[in-house]
Structure formats: structure tokens, C-alpha cells
Ligand binder design. Structure first.
Ligand SMILES: *Cc1c(COP(=O)(O)O)cnc(C)c1O
Length: 320
């Protein structure tokens, strides 16, 4: 079993600091979780206290004043807000359609596989042909469905709060680096800045990674079936599903209909976030405004029985 070590200090060895000496620079539970995630992605993983914290640390490592980040349009709302907040430090953000080639004048490319909640997939070949480093936020794909480093990406980002954690009981982020030098640089900056993950959520992540494959495969199987059935319901205008993973988004006729559906389910909880064992659904308009359709609902499929989930969705959709 994995040990949980909450120490903040470890004794020096023969008068010198060993592998672990002060928790901000590294701790055994975090290192074990990083090894497990690194193996899954095929790179060197570093953990952060949240996905947003991982994004902040990576942006501070890679960007300087005057740089432009080309960000996938329709990507996670919070990432656009976060990178946009760096405008005060002279960093620009331009959005682009990630299904095609990125804009030429960009020093960093930030993609999402698939984009949350519009569920487009990035053209990784077009992105990696660009000279700028490529970050793929692979939160929704998970390493079970995509290993971006094998497709030429330089960094993989995860909100481990979602599928990797998988139980809606931990907040963590991760960056997986292709090259050891960049991992060293990011690790050093992490220690200086103090954007570090505590041992407890790292221990929960270690627990969760053991079941990642069975959870994600089951969620994909159920989501595929639900996406198919949603496509046949008269109240549903469009279904977005990339063919894998547990995330579906679909549109009903406007904000009022979306509100009625999200509040009418019983088995599916009306809550935010995604990737847990329990299915959740929400209208995204309340957070993202006119960036997305007012009738868009995002469904994160959990581990419940597929027929029971469909019965719940169907009775909710029948009410509009
Ligand atoms: C949730 C999410 C994030 C942010 O992660 P937190 O753990 O909430 O900070 C980043 N990217 C995507 C795709 C997400 O869904």
C-alpha cells in the first residue's frame, strides 16, 4: 500500500539534504503519484494544487512580456480567464479554431483534447508543425484515450480534479513534460513560487489512478450509448460527442428549456465539474455567457447503469 507521509521536514543525511528535506521542494507521497502519472502519459509529471495552479506555473515558466498565446476557441472557460489575467504583464491571448492550423504569430500554443464543453479535437499534426511549444490540456481525454506526448506535444496539462481523481474528492493539477530539462525548470520554479500540492490529495490521487482505466472505459461505453440515444430525442437539437470519454454536450431550445432539464433529473445531479463516479449535468451558459449556446447542457457520465441514466434523461427531456 502507498504510505501517506505528512512530514514537512526530513533529517539530513550525513549533514546534507537528501531526496526529501522540506515539503515545498518535494515529498514522497507526491513523488509516488508523479511517478504513476508520468508512466501513464510517457513523460515526467509534476503535481500542483489545482489545474489552474498547474496552468499558472506552466505559463510563468514559458511566457515573457510581449508573447502571444494561441488558445483553442471553446476551451475551458477558466483557462481563457487565467491567461487573460496575464495581460497586465504584457502577455496576449488570441483564440483560434484548434481543428485547423494555429496562427503564425504565437509563442505558445494551448490546445484542449477535447475542448470543454464544445468537445472539438485539436489538429495535433498542424500544431506540432508550428515552431512554438505545444501544451495539450488532456483533462477530458485522459491518458486512457490519448497520450499527447506521443503526438509531438511538449507538455500535457491535467485538472486531476476531474477524471484522474475521479471521485469528486480532491483538487489537483498536473503538468507532464516531454523533456527532463523542462521538468527540472518547472520543478525549481514550483518550489520557489510555492504552488505545490499537499500530501493528502496526492495520496487520494494514487488511490484513484489504480482504477482510472476501468472507470474511464466504463464511462466511455455508457457515454457512447447515451450520445446515440440523445441524438434521437426530439427535444435535443445537437449532440456533441468526440467518440470517446465520459463527456457529452447537447443543446435544447434555449435557456429556459436547459434550466428545466437540468433541474428535472433525479439520478443525475445538477452540479458543476466532471470526471467523477457520479453523473453530473449543468447548463454552461450561467458561467460562460454568450460564448456558448444558451441551451447547452454538459453531461459528465459516471458509473451508474446506462439504462437508468437514459431513463432519467428521457423523463427530464420529455418535460420540455
Ligand atoms: C476544471 C478544468 C481545469 C481547471 O482545473 P481545476 O482543478 O479546477 O483548477 C482546466 N482545464 C480543464 C479542461 C478543466 O475541465
Amino acid at each position: 500500500m502507498d504510505a501517506l507521509d505528512r512530514s514537512t521536514i526530513w533529517p539530513y543525511e550525513d549533514g546534507e539534504p537528501g531526496a526529501f528535506y522540506y515539503q515545498r521542494y518535494g515529498h514522497p507521497t507526491g513523488a509516488a503519484a508523479e511517478r504513476a502519472l508520468g508512466e501513464l502519459e510517457g513523460g515526467t509529471a509534476l503535481l500542483f494544487p489545482s489545474g489552474a495552479g498547474a496552468t499558472t506555473a506552466l505559463a510563468l515558466t514559458l511566457l515573457k512580456p510581449g508573447d502571444t498565446v494561441a488558445l483553442a476557441a471553446g476551451a475551458y472557460f477558466g483557462t481563457g480567464r487565467l491567461l487573460g489575467s496575464f495581460a497586465r504583464w504584457g502577455v496576449n491571448v488570441v483564440e483560434f479554431d484548434q481543428t485547423g492550423p494555429p496562427p503564425e504569430r504565437a509563442q505558445l500554443l494551448w490546445l484542449e483534447a477535447p475542448a470543454n464543453p464544445l468537445l472539438t479535437m485539436p489538429d495535433l499534426a498542424a500544431a506540432t508543425a508550428h515552431p512554438a511549444p505545444v501544451v495539450v490540456d488532456s483533462t477530458a481525454a485522459t491518458p486512457i484515450h490519448l497520450r499527447p506526448l506521443e503526438h509531438g506535444a511538449d507538455f500535457v496539462l491535467h485538472s486531476a480534479t476531474k477524471y484522474l481523481g475521479g471521485h469528486s474528492d480532491l483538487l489537483l493539477g498536473a503538468v507532464v513534460c516531454k523533456r527532463e530539462e523542462e521538468a527540472d525548470q518547472l520543478r525549481e520554479l514550483r518550489g520557489i513560487l510555492g504552488i505545490v500540492a499537499a500530501p493528502d490529495p496526492c495520496w487520494l490521487l494514487l488511490r484513484s489512478l489504480k482504477t482510472l482505466r476501468v472507470r474511464v472505459e466504463r464511462q466511455t461505453e455508457t457515454a457512447r450509448e447515451l450520445a446515440r440515444r440523445l441524438g434521437g430525442h426530439p427535444a435535443v437539437e445537437i449532440v456533441r460527442y468526440p467518440g470517446f470519454g465520459g463527456l457529452i454536450s447537447f443543446d435544447v431550445a434555449g435557456a429556459e428549456a436547459a434550466r428545466r432539464v437540468e433541474t428535472a433529473t433525479n439520478l443525475i445531479t445538477n452540479a458543476t465539474s466532471l470526471g467523477g463516479t457520479h453523473s453530473v449535468m449543468e447548463s454552461r451558459h450561467r458561467w460562460e455567457g454568450d460564448r456558448i449556446a444558451a441551451g447547452l447542457l454538459r453531461l459528465s457520465v459516471g458509473l451508474e447503469d446506462a439504462d437508468a441514466l437514459w431513463a432519467d434523461l428521457e423523463q427530464a427531456l420529455d418535460q420540455v
